[in-house]
Design a protein around this ligand. Structure first.
Ligand SMILES: Nc1ncnc2c1ncn2[C@@H]1O[C@H](COP(=O)(O)OP(=O)(O)OP(=O)(O)O)[C@@H](O)[C@H]1O
Ligand SMILES: [Mg+2]
Length: 265
């Protein structure tokens, strides 16, 4: 388990009775999460439990039918995807979404372009002013630093689509980090990775949390990954919360055992 202590015990994400209904299907019902600064928090549960739908609610892909969610005390309900990203929530996707025909470094630069510190006016860009060139150079330096974190610097000029699967997953995290989030949402980050890549990813996520003080909310089926990394977890089943607590607590909860392996055991 992770052990970093953060000075500030602020609640980064709070969801209150968060829910959404699709037609007659209650995909997510009354989910209450309280995630403090510096936590690595897990959402687990069987297929179709509503895990990805929660991410879609938290990033403005879907609007909640019920409840609210707050980032550092401010409600983001009703905001559009880009505004939520600006407010400080970045994500990766269960099915990797990269700009496949762009280079690796360009994928990261796209994330950096939205950052206030790298903003150029349209006129500066058009006239190619010294500020524009300094800005471009600073962005490339930052992009390379992020790629180095994930051991992707040597791949920077390759097309994203030519990277092997594990590296594409890492690139997606690097691009999300480029938007300078307070909360990073990772949807099955270890899916398709081999054991060595998974181990390395666990170390990298801890490093990101410790170095950038980013709070992480992740969805994962790999229980070794979850128990090795998460401070607390929520178990979902059929859109509802089955259990919440430390990994040890929830994994000995009879309802959780039943949901995962059926009634007979
Ligand atoms: N846009 C949508 N329209 C209708 N139903 C949806 C929609 N999005 C999700 N659902 C349904 O909501 C439920 C939860 O889906 P979700 O993708 O959140 O599950 P999950 O826990 O992420 O599962 P998995 O582990 O397989 O990724 C499923 O029954 C799914 O079919
Ligand atoms: Mg999912």
């Amino acid at each position: 388990m992770s052990t970093t202590t953060f000075q500030n015990n602020a609640v980064v994400l709070e969801t209150e009775n968060l829910g959404i209904t699709f037609g007659g299907l209650k995909a997510v019902q009354s989910v209450n999460l309280t995630i403090k600064e510096g936590m690595i928090y897990g959402i687990i549960g069987p297929n179709g439990a509503g895990k990805t739908t929660i991410f879609n609610l938290l990033t403005g892909v879907y609007q909640p039918t019920t409840g609210d969610f707050r980032l550092l005390g401010k409600s983001l309900k009703g905001m559009k995807q880009e505004a939520i990203n600006h407010a400080g929530i970045a994500r990766t996707f269960q099915n990797i979404r990269l700009f496949n025909n762009m280079s690796v470094i360009r994928n990261v630069l796209v994330g950096l372009h939205n950052q206030p510190e790298f903003k150029c006016t349209a006129l500066e860009s058009m006239l190619r002013t010294p500020h524009y060139f300094a800005n471009e150079a600073a962005m490339r330096t930052r992009a390379k630093e992020l790629l180095r974190l994930f051991d992707l610097e040597d791949e920077r000029n390759n097309l994203a689509c030519n990277l092997p699967y594990g590296k594409q997953r890492k690139l997606e995290i690097a691009r999300a980090l480029a938007t300078n989030p307070k909360l990073l949402l990772l949807d099955e980050p270890a899916a398709g990775m081999n054991p060595a890549e998974t181990e390395e990813l666990m170390n990298t996520i801890q490093f990101i949390r410790d170095t950038f003080h980013i709070t992480v909310l992740l969805i994962e089926h790999d229980m070794r990954f979850v128990t090795g990394l998460c401070d607390e977890v929520t178990v979902l089943n059929f859109g509802t919360t089955l259990a919440q607590g430390t990994c040890e607590e929830v994994l000995r909860n009879p309802d959780v055992i039943k949901a995962y392996i059926g009634n007979d055991d």
